[in-house]
Design a protein around this ligand. Sequence first.
Ligand code: ADP
Ligand code: MG
Length: 263
Amino acid sequence: SENNPDQSAQDRFLAGDADKGESIVQLRGVTKKFGETVVFSDVDLEVGVSEVVVLIGPSGAGKSTLLRCVNGLEEITSGEIVVAGQTLSYDQKHLNRIRSRIGMVFQSFNLFPHMSVTENIAVAQRDVLGRGKDEAIQKAHSLLERVGLSHKADAYPGSLSGGQQQRVAIARALAMDPAVMLFDEPTSALDPELVGEVLAVMKDLAEEGMTMMCVTHEMRFARRVADRVVLIADHGIAEQGPPDQVLDHPVTERAQHFLSELS
Ligand code: ADP
Ligand code: MG
């Protein structure tokens, strides 16, 4: 509502005016169960503006579920999630507003096959943000340039490589001017020779100051780009810290075990 004291804070975040270091995503004592199954319990996690957090952990640990809770695709069982100064509620209007400014990129690209690359990037700008056609197309073109795909503006997704499709998916998410970008194993479905071009786009984004939460198995990316690595295991955060600490000198047995399995 207009009298909501949190509104201006949120607007500032969404407008990209928040200070670096201010936290933009907060999980406070968050528990997620599916039925009686506890995925994670009592998780506290704060992500600061422009921070890049890489989430690692064994399959089934709850990494995807955690990201899906942050953008409200999954409802939490207890605790609180605050995004851009506002507690996530599950009323549809609020959810739509928050979600429209949280970009999410999945393992599968989910582009609309019957729309050109430009149309894929323009459609939600028009339908969700109400931008005019020219503005939406202009924005699509400038984002295509940013991800190195200007020459594919009129192509259809089916004619693109997996790496190109994923770069379009990233451009599509960026078109909404997200305050945070969530990546869930964005390179896991790609042939190995296509992984690098997607990671390069993500690295550029990070360097431009985008706030990012990324689930990935790409440890080289984690080392180079992450400000913080968070190991999700055993129903919560097993260890976290700067990449060199968590990946090279883990202090917990859980992290030592997980990392030894990788190599
Ligand atoms: P990760 O991404 O770390 O591999 P997930 O978040 O996908 O793990 O899954 C965490 C746990 O939650 C797994 O045990 C998975 O089977 C379970 N799970 C995920 N989604 C659902 C769902 N919609 N219904 C029931 N269980 C689910
Ligand atoms: Mg997953």
